[in-house]
Design a binder for this molecule. Structure first.
Ligand code: MFK
Length: 215
């Protein structure tokens, strides 16, 4: 895409994608929490359909990477957990912390399972990403083959959360990673814990699975 060939164009596009992601997340939050009159819902649906139409005029196919992404550099703006451009992502922000990783996010209404608490599948999704990040950051990237989650206490909505992950063991192609979710205010009180097993792909597997994307 010629408009982003120079660095300035790429920066501007990434900012625009983040801005669109922010707007979509606001929309999802308001649309999930709303008790506005029915007429307002009907009007909003029409407006949203109209706003979506031009975005659909140029789209990428399943095996095409977003022009603003950098797969090998780890930039994935539409990742459903961390992507600033994803309407679906909280988004979870992750950074390295010593030999592990720490993440932060706050979950809104759209992630609700039991009333006023997060859906258990959402907690598993956040932890899968955390554990996978920690495996990669430790130099052992792989795909999840197993994820065990223990739900000790419900995860509250609208509450800053803190997630942790660290590699617990490496055995050939298998990396075992453990992680937790707590509130940011009470990092000693574990709400959810997880243990994941990640398997490094053999070169032939990586080619088979991701060849069409990487070219
Ligand atoms: C910085 C970037 C951050 C990125 C974070 C990403 C986080 C998100 C990660 C994901 O969500 S990945 C998507 C979900 N995962 C998948 O779709 C993976 C589906 N599984 C596969 O495609 C295959 O299992 C795979 C290609 C990964 C491996 O296939 P193999 O045929 O090579 O596996 P194989 O059966 O030979 O097992 C390899 C090793 O793993 C072990 N293993 C397999 N399944 C296991 C399991 N369920 N539990 C424990 N160990 C297991 C297996 O015993 C064996 O150990 P050994 O080498 O010691 O013999």
């Amino acid at each position: 895409m010629s408009e982003i060939e120079n660095g300035h164009g790429l920066k501007r596009r990434r900012e625009a994608i983040t801005g669109l992601g922010d707007a979509l997340r606001l929309l999802i939050e308001q649309a999930t929490a709303t008790e506005a009159p029915t007429e307002e819902l009907l009007r909003a649906a029409e407006l949203i359909r109209r706003a979506a139409a031009p975005l659909g005029e140029r789209v990428r196919g399943r095996f095409e990477t977003a022009a603003a992404d950098d797969l090998l550099g780890g930039v994935r703006l539409y990742n459903p957990v961390t992507g600033a451009g994803s309407a679906f992502a909280p988004p979870l922000e992750i950074h390295r912390d010593g030999d592990g990783a720490v993440g932060t996010c706050t979950l809104g209404r759209a992630f609700e399972g039991p009333p006023s608490f997060a859906h258990g599948g959402v907690s598993a999704m956040l932890l899968d990403q955390m554990l996978g990040y920690a495996a990669g950051a430790a130099g052992h990237p792989g795909m999840t083959v197993r994820l065990d989650t223990g739900y000790r206490r419900p995860v509250p909505l609208y509450t800053p959360l803190r997630l942790t992950a660290r590699v617990a063991g490496i055995d050939g192609r298998r990396v075992t990673v453990t992680g937790t979710i707590t509130t940011a205010a009470e990092p000693g009180d574990v709400l959810v814990e997880a243990t994941g097993v990640f398997v490094a792909l053999r070169a032939e597997q990586a080619r088979r699975l991701f060849g069409p994307v990487l070219g």
